[in-house]
Design a protein around this ligand. Sequence first.
Ligand code: MTE
Length: 320
Amino acid sequence: MPFLIKNEKKIKSSEITPEKTYLNRRTLIKSLGILSAYTPVSSVLAENDKINQASLTFEKNSKFSTTETVNSFEEITTYNNFYEFGVGKSDPYRYSRNFKPKPWTVSVTGEAENTGTFAYEDIVASNQLEERIYRLRCVEAWSMVVPWVGISLMDFIKKLKPNSKAKYVVFESVFRPNEMPGQKRRILDWPYVEGLTIDEAMHPLAFLAVGLYGRELTNQNGAPLRLVVPWKYGFKSIKSIVNISFEEQQPKTTWNLAAPNEYGFFANVNPEVNHPRWSQARERRIGSGLFGAKQPTLMFNGYADEVSGLYRNLDLRKNF
Ligand code: MTE
């Protein structure tokens, strides 16, 4: 594996900000006796799950982190979209127990010099792990704030040395119907596929997550390795990646194939372009409770200053 190793100022996950400082708003809601609209499956079980995940060593990247209140581990791991395990929000939590994220390899194919198959452990050991607190804005008009741990996608891609024909980066999720019950039905065209332009993929905000809350990813959040593109709707952030391919042509992506008039290739968070069946102007923060006020959705999910230059020549109403 041709990756560089640099490990200077690392911190242990035990040194990160205590979780309780993240949870003030949530605790207040609970103490007032107001039930959350997204009542978790079981907070005790979720806490056990957290302890069972291996801890990671990483640096905090405050430059790329929001200071908004972080959602709890329980909220992040029990309210999910991962259709490979079913379409219900708690299905990924309930039905991903038999999924085996180890051993794991990622194959790199297409227009790059360093193609081949890389072990998950080598990817983690050869790259700088960082914590980045990003908002995740789902196309279904809910959002959460997640303390991801992972690798800069730009740094990862640089080591793979894509050539001048590489205009797009295509990501594919694993296909294992025996471990992923949702794949026994043709809910989507499996395997799940997503893509970015090479410029989007090389943007410093694009991230390959391997953990959250200082520990390895849970199965329901896309173990062992998933994409996080904070300025795009959540469906771009493909989970459990097994293949990364550098391509000349724009790929056909899963949601775009499933409903082309609803899910465009670009999928940038844009409060001015409504989903055909609902508004995108506002969003509900998970954990804000049944009566929690919706908040305005921000252009590019609040990352406009950083990323709008990527789309200077694009009509974002047509290229939604
Ligand atoms: N990746 C795969 N393989 N399958 C999926 O169904 N759902 C997407 C995205 N990645 C999905 C996926 C959607 S719609 C969202 S909103 C995010 O994952 C949710 O990520 P989270 O469950 O970690 O919050």
